[in-house]
Design a protein around this ligand. Structure first.
Ligand SMILES: [Zn+2]
Length: 96
């Protein structure tokens, strides 16, 4: 049996000539690791952003035990800032 003259493109699944250095259908090539580079980077970048956003939402609205330390810090930081500002404002009033 002769070796296949084409192989399926890992990026788009179309037949690519075995000697081709880039997929004629989607533009993927050896240098790009046969990724879908020709169609933009949305295949790699967007899921990361979506995942981060979901994670952020999860930390913000769910699983209170996980975010307790980090959120508690900012809560106290905010309270402390408000107290300091209030004291400064009050002292300004009294000193005048
Ligand atoms: Zn392809």
């Amino acid at each position: 049996m002769p070796p296949p003259s084409t192989f399926p493109c890992p990026a788009c699944g179309e037949d690519v000539p075995a000697k081709a250095k880039a997929c004629p259908h989607c533009g993927a090539c050896d240098k790009s690791g046969w990724n879908e580079e020709a169609s933009g980077t949305d295949g790699l970048d967007l899921p990361g952003e979506d995942f981060d956003y979901e994670k952020f939402k999860e930390e913000e609205f769910g699983q209170p035990q996980k975010l307790r330390g980090k959120k508690l810090f900012w809560w106290w930081a905010t309270v402390l800032l408000v107290i300091v500002l209030a004291l400064l404002t009050l002292s300004n009033f009294f000193l005048r």
